[in-house]
Design a protein around this ligand. Structure first.
Ligand code: ARG
Length: 459
């Protein structure tokens, strides 16, 4: 069948070229946005007298009929159509005749596709944000439930200093809050209407872009028509924000993989979120966490693919830009899927505070506190650091820990050390003393928790 755009050419294309060119298999996703956009367009054309009221009404009713038939299963998307825009216009024209042919007045697919994509991503982004908030709440709840648990904090994956497990968890909540901030920021620039830019230059018709934008829930209209149809920054920004979010999830996943290992045993995941091995009977694998970690690469790929597709593209619209959709759709789907598994996996996780505590008791993570103790007794920090280091070395040689080393031995290294050293190096003291703003003391963590909760509930 000849295309709606037949005229300059016969409109009859090679069937392989047709398949290659067609985007209906993926852009049918925003068929609802396309119909809503067309309804607003017809209403605006009617309001401006570009179409008669009767014509505008007939088009809006016709579009509503198409929507109803799609919902009712009476009408199916034609996989042969070039794209969703052509499909809707084609059906409308079949149903209404000449009136249907008037819908595309003062419009181009170039501004139409940008409009549809922005509208689609707007609600997808909101759905992702709600999922991120949900994960943030889950993290806050687990932090609250395990307030007293002490774990070794790590640097270089070596035991470093004792921290509260809740403090560690809240670090992830902070990342999620920044993710929300980035998504929100990106939403501001996304929620600008391109419609009315037409092919690239604007239109000779006396349109009302603001009316159309307002009807469709946009905060503003794009101020330059060339930019309006060329701009895919909103895709890149969304993909960047999603990539960073995935990076956070992958770091969290990696820790879960570590923590569930036999070597750590800090937490265990519910059976519902783990798998077994087909050969090794003892295995309980953290596949979901691994997959989230793995899928991060895929979302980065979507970002890189889109950036590369846009690189060096001359203004304004180019067909290359049709490639934006599969990338953003894939990224959004992947992130939503990851979050929908990650959050319940976390919620159903069991925390083994005693194992964390055990791990915190070995590894000399209170050595800094021993040095700080000596500083309080009058030694300059660098000298105190050296004495503490020597004591650690003594402990390693004699298979002891700082908590069990006799006072006489301590005093061989520094006579400043007295009985109160044991209290100073007690893990609880170590944690409680780190009361600097943002530190790991219980009061500080309590404040962080309250702040996180407050931020999560803010719109
Ligand atoms: N399917 C196209 C896309 O996704 C719609 C825009 C087509 N515009 C054009 N001038 N061929 O980008």
């Amino acid at each position: 069948m000849a295309k709606l755009w037949a005229g300059r050419t016969s409109g009859v294309t090679d069937s392989t070229a047709d398949d290659f060119n067609s985007s209906i298999r993926f852009d049918k996703r925003f068929i609802r946005e396309d119909i809503a956009g067309s309804m607003a367009h017809a209403a605006m054309l009617g309001a401006r007298g570009i179409l008669s009221d009767g014509e505008a009404e007939a088009i809006i009713d016709g579009l509503q009929g198409i929507l109803d038939d799609l919902d009712g299963g009476v009408l199916a998307v034609d996989p042969q159509a070039e794209d969703v825009h052509m499909f809707i216009e084609q059906v409308l024209t079949e149903r209404l005749g000449d009136v249907g042919r008037k819908l595309h007045t003062a419009r181009s697919r170039n501004d139409q596709v940008a409009l549809d994509l922005r509208m689609y991503l707007r609600h997808e982004m909101e759905a992702v944000m709600e999922q991120v908030r949900e994960l943030g709440r889950a993290v806050a709840n687990i932090a609250e439930e395990n307030k007293a648990a002490i774990m070794p904090g790590y640097t270089h994956l070596q035991r470093a200093q004792p921290i509260l497990f809740s403090h560690h968890l809240l670090a992830y909540a902070m990342m999620l809050l920044r993710d929300l901030g980035r998504l929100d920021d990106c939403r501001g620039r996304l929620n600008v209407s391109p419609i009315g830019a037409c092919a690239l230059a604007g239109t000779t018709y006396d349109v009302d872009r603001r009316m159309e934008a307002k009807m469709l829930g946009f905060e503003d209209v794009a101020p330059n028509s060339v930019d309006a149809v060329s701009d895919r920054d909103f895709c890149v920004e969304l993909l960047s924000a999603l990539s960073i979010l995935m990076m956070h999830l992958s770091r969290f996943s990696e820790e879960l993989v570590l923590w569930t290992s036999w070597e750590f045993q800090f937490v265990s995941l519910s059976d519902a979120f783990t798998t077994g091995s087909s050969i090794m009977p003892q295995k309980k694998n953290s596949d979901m966490a691994e997959l989230v970690r793995g899928k991060t690469g895929r979302v980065y790929g979507d970002l890189m693919g889109t950036l590369t597709m846009l690189k060096g593209l001359p203004l304004a619209y180019n067909k290359d830009m049709q490639e934006d959709k599969e990338a953003v759709f894939d990224a959004v789907d992947t992130v939503k899927m990851c979050l929908s598994v990650f959050t319940p996996m976390l919620r159903s996780m069991t925390v083994h505070a005693s194992n964390m505590r055990k791990a915190a008791q070995t590894g000399f993570i209170n050595a800094t506190d021993l040095a700080d103790y000596l500083v309080r007794k009058g030694l300059p920090f660098r000298s105190a650091y050296k004495v503490a280091g020597k004591i650690v070395s003594e402990c390693i040689q004699s298979s002891q820990v700082l908590e069990t080393l006799p006072l006489e031995t301590y005093r061989q290294y520094s006579t400043l050390i007295e009985e109160d050293v044991y209290d100073a190096i007690d893990l609880r003291t170590c944690v409680a003393k780190r009361c600097s703003e943002g530190g790991t003391s219980p009061e500080s963590v309590e404040r962080q928790l309250a702040w996180v909760r407050e931020q999560l509930e803010e719109e």
